[in-house]
Every structure is written in structure tokens, then in C-alpha cells.
Design a protein around this ligand. Structure first.
Ligand SMILES: Cc1cc2nc3c(=O)[nH]c(=O)nc-3n(C[C@H](O)[C@H](O)[C@H](O)COP(=O)(O)OP(=O)(O)OC[C@H]3O[C@@H](n4cnc5c(N)ncnc54)[C@H](O)[C@@H]3O)c2cc1C
Length: 344
């Protein structure tokens, strides 16, 4: 792997990191967390030769170098991105080599998992995937997130990769990002001007693109406290178990009024079946207020299938992905339901 030249800056506080970000913005600067996505992105050639790409279609006559995107299908969506067209943004963020990487590894305030007074879960952005997979707190109450962590990469990747990096990288298949949307995670974004909170579902604006401002750092993710009788689940379907990006990812979280009562809340998030992770809105319309049973879950899964917008690529066809969305949604609704009944 050939990497371009860059300098690594090592701030000792969040404020210093934000100042460095502003100071070097015009020379090309990126945040470095675990580096498991970033360093791969910086290599030359950026996109491996075997990966399909658009070399020029009706919409993008100048060509478009990006991995598995079908431009006609996905870029025809009116996807907003601050500061220019989606194409320009992709090119800017993926082609230009940064002169500086700002490493977050000394910033203690960005690390760790804690329960807040209101019962929410606070996970610092540089908390590693391994720490999340090993956290009993996470597994007990935010199970889908632990299951995302279990299935990300390999032990080596989980030791280095971070929650913030997985979300900020905004891949449609990201194994922490999808359950974060399913669990209604809220992102804390910090700039020198202050802090803002953003629902994770509103963060990605396209494959690898987000609405983060150039001078902002993702500092933490807050997961709301689950109510009584809530359960969640995540499943990553991939061509092999380790070191493979998902072909389809489904995350379900569900709340019941009582163990045998109706559904009072449900969120289904889908990965790798659209330009960004998708919150499947149709699940709510069918499931809310209803008492769960097999036919209800089957009907909901059929509707969720229609929320997916998969494409054909080397991991699977659109047809296969749609079928798997339906099958996995039905299965995961059942698993989340069983867990919800037990969680008083
Ligand atoms: C072999 C291999 C296997 C993998 N398998 C999987 C897999 O199965 N599932 C999966 O989802 N991913 C997988 N990945 C991707 C990657 O490991 C994860 O996405 C990981 O969580 C990224 O975290 P990181 O800390 O390494 O991010 P980095 O590479 O450091 O950063 C990723 C991007 O996010 C930005 N960034 C990082 N942190 C912040 C922050 N706090 N604020 C603002 N921007 C930030 C960086 O500038 C960069 O653009 C794999 C990677 C490798 C190399």
C-alpha cells in the first residue's frame, strides 16, 4: 500500500484539536481515529481496480471514480451537501491528499462508555469497537450495538477501529452506524463555536458523505435509555463471517406496552441497501399499536422490503438483497420481540 506524505498532529485537548482543524483547513486536513478506514482511503490507487466504477454516464460525462455506486440509480436522488454538488464533494473528500492528519488518540474526553443520570448511554467517539463488544452495559440494554461490534472486521480491526470513525466514515454498510440509527442514537458534534446534537439518521447525505461541518469533530454518541419491555437486535449478512463488509445489515429495536401488550415503538434500520443507511419508515405504520404475532411481522417485513433501494454489485444482486431484507426483518422483529418481553 503506497500512502501519500502527510504529517500527524497530536493535540492534547479537544480545544487544541479544533484549533488545529481550523488552522490547517486550507491545506487539507483529516481527523485520524483508529485509521482503519482513513489510511485505506488514502492509499494509491484510491479505489482498487476490481471495483466497479462509473467512467462516464449520461449524468456524469466526465466520469466518476467511486467504488460500488451505480451513479444512475443513486446519484439521481436529490442529495444535499453543503458547499457544492455531491460529485464535487466526493471528489474533494476522496481524491485530495490531506497534508495533515489530526490524531485523537490522546483526548481522554473522547473515550469511554458511561451511563448518564437519565439512563442514556454515552459512548465517546474514540471508544474502540472491541470495548463496545466487551461492554456488559451495552449488551444488556443496547444489544443491537453489541451485535454490530461483534461482527465488525476482525479482532485486529476491532482493537483499533472506533465508533466515531465508523459513523463519520458513513459507509452504507457500516456495522455500528446502522444499529446506531436503529437505536435512535444522537451524535454530539463539537466546533470552536459550540456543540450541536444531531440524530444519527440525519447524519449521512450520501455514500461516504455526511453533514458534518469542516471544522467539527464528532465527540460522542448518546443512546436514549430503553423503556421497560424494549429489545433490539442486529444481523450482518455477509459472504463470510470475518473481514467482509455486509451484503445486507438489519437492525431492529422494539418496545412493548407490557409483555403481552401492543407495540409502542419500533425502529428498523437497513444497511447496504441504499446510498446511506435507511430508517425503514413503513415498519412503524404497520406495527405501532398492534399486538405482535407471526402474520403481523410477516406483513411488516414485506413493507420494509419496499423501503430498501438496493443495487447489484459484486456482493449480491438487488433482487437477493431485497429478499434478504424481508427475511432478516421478519426474523429480527421476532428476536427483538422475545428480548423485549423479558426486559422489564
Ligand atoms: C480489514 C478491514 C475490515 C473491516 N471490516 C469492517 C466491517 O466488517 N464492518 C464495518 O462497518 N467496517 C469495517 N471496516 C472499516 C473500519 O474498520 C470501521 O469503519 C472503523 O470503525 C473505522 O474507525 P476508525 O477509528 O479506524 O476510523 P478512521 O479510519 O480513523 O476514520 C474514518 C473516517 O472518519 C473520520 N473520523 C474519525 N473519527 C472522527 C471523529 N471523531 N470526528 C470526525 N471525523 C472522524 C476520519 O477523518 C475518516 O474520514 C474494516 C476495515 C478494515 C481495514
Amino acid at each position: 500500500m503506497i500512502l501519500p506524505r502527510f504529517d500527524v498532529l497530536v493535540p492534547e485537548s479537544l480545544e487544541e484539536a479544533l484549533e488545529m482543524l481550523g488552522e490547517h483547513a486550507d491545506k487539507g486536513v483529516r481527523i485520524l481515529a483508529g485509521g482503519t478506514d482513513l489510511l485505506v482511503d488514502l492509499r494509491r490507487p484510491i479505489i482498487p481496480v476490481h471495483v466497479p466504477r462509473c467512467d462516464g454516464c449520461a449524468k456524469h460525462p466526465g466520469g466518476m471514480v467511486y467504488s460500488t455506486i451505480d451513479c444512475e440509480l443513486w446519484l439521481s436522488e436529490p442529495t444535499a451537501h453543503a458547499g457544492g454538488s455531491l460529485r464535487n464533494a466526493l471528489q474533494d473528500s476522496r481524491r485530495i491528499s490531506p497534508q495533515y492528519l489530526i490524531s485523537l488518540h490522546l483526548l481522554r474526553e473522547l473515550k469511554g462508555i458511561k451511563r448518564l443520570d437519565n439512563g442514556s448511554l454515552y459512548i465517546g467517539a474514540t471508544t474502540t469497537i472491541r470495548e463496545i463488544a466487551h461492554s456488559e452495559k451495552v449488551r444488556r440494554c443496547w444489544t443491537a450495538l453489541a451485535e454490530g461490534a461483534d461482527n465488525l472486521g476482525s479482532p485486529l480491526v476491532r482493537n483499533r477501529g472506533t465508533l466515531g470513525g465508523n459513523i463519520a466514515n458513513a459507509r452504507p454498510a457500516a456495522d455500528m452506524f446502522v444499529p446506531t440509527i436503529g437505536l435512535n442514537g444522537i451524535l454530539k458534534l463539537q466546533s470552536l463555536g459550540g456543540e450541536r446534537l444531531l440524530p444519527a439518521r440525519d447524519f449521512a447525505s450520501g455514500p461516504g458523505l455526511t453533514v458534518i461541518e469542516p471544522l467539527e469533530i464528532l465527540t460522542a454518541v448518546i443512546y436514549p435509555a430503553p423503556l421497560s419491555y424494549s429489545g433490539s437486535s442486529y444481523y450482518k449478512l455477509a459472504n463470510r463471517k470475518a473481514l467482509e463488509i455486509s451484503t445486507v445489515g438489519v437492525s431492529v429495536s422494539l418496545t412493548l406496552e407490557a409483555p403481552d401488550g401492543p407495540i409502542t415503538d419500533v425502529r428498523v434500520a437497513l444497511g447496504a441497501v441504499g446510498p446511506t443507511p435507511i430508517l425503514a419508515e413503513s415498519a412503524k405504520g404497520i406495527l405501532l399499536g398492534e399486538t405482535p404475532d407471526e402474520p403481523l411481522f410477516k406483513k411488516a417485513a414485506q413493507a420494509i422490503r419496499k423501503d430498501a433501494r438496493p443495487i447489484d454489485d459484486h456482493r449480491g444482486s438487488a433482487w437477493y438483497r431485497s429478499n434478504m431484507v424481508q427475511l432478516l426483518s421478519e426474523r429480527l422483529l421476532k428476536i427483538a420481540y422475545i428480548r423485549a418481553k423479558r426486559n422489564k
